[in-house]
Design a protein around this ligand. Structure first.
Ligand code: G3D
Length: 192
């Protein structure tokens, strides 16, 4: 059995044991959000395209899970739209193009605006993906944490940074295992 179908089966099994959850996938355009979504989606999810008003938004619905991907580059004027998507969200995935050093400062700024300085997402676990690790120029997680100042900015938050490649699948299973565990722990906390 291929790695992709193993991953898909594993993810579906995990997700089926969950209740409803809304996950946002944020990041600059071209960071790899769609590729990641397609990877998760392998043959099982039903994707539908939400009409675009000022920013690119895709929604996937699967077994009670809503996964919404949003391009958040230069979208300050559409802040009112974020307010529609952010409340009630259980987790955030922030996808970085780890090989695009020129846009790292831009990525850091929007990470601050959307995660660090966003009170709506204060208690929401954040999975930060240093994507495109198949490319030689890609910056790896420990360096990324330093460059984005995550060790300071995010110190009061539940977050993790994983190296991955949405193209090859490298690191995606590990990253999602972390995310699902956070959701499971959160569910248990709420039951106590
Ligand atoms: P977005 O949805 O965040 O805007 P996309 O980004 O998923 O559309 O990806 C943008 C480009 O990056 C695509 O290439 C895609 O194939 C590529 N990409 C995404 N993830 C990876 C990765 O892990 N490694 C590499 N090497 N490329 C990746 P194109 O050429 O179609 O623009």
């Amino acid at each position: 059995m291929s790695f992709m179908s193993n991953f898909s089966r594993w993810l579906m099994k995990k997700l089926k044991t969950e209740k409803r959850a809304k996950i946002l996938i944020l990041g600059l355009d071209a960071a790899g959000k769609t590729t990641l979504t397609k990877f998760i989606n392998t043959g099982q999810f039903q994707a539908d395209l939400t009409p675009t008003i000022g920013q690119n938004i895709d929604t996937i619905n699967f077994e009670g899970w809503d996964i919404t991907t949003i391009d958040v580059a230069g979208q300050e004027q559409f802040r009112f739209l974020w307010d529609i998507h952010y409340p009630g969200c259980s987790a955030v995935i922030f996808v970085l193009d780890a090989a695009d050093i020129e846009r790292l400062a831009e990525a850091r700024d929007i990470l601050r605006v959307h995660l660090f300085n966003n009170p709506i997402l204060e208690n929401v676990p954040a999975l930060i993906l240093a994507n495109k690790q198949d490319l030689p120029a890609a910056i790896q997680a420990p360096m990324m944490i330093q460059l984005l100042n995550l060790h300071l900015d995010m110190r009061d938050r539940t977050f993790a940074v994983f190296d991955c490649s949405a193209l090859t699948g490298f690191g995606v299973v590990e990253a999602f295992a972390w995310l699902v565990n956070q959701l499971e722990m959160d569910k248990m906390d709420r039951m106590l």
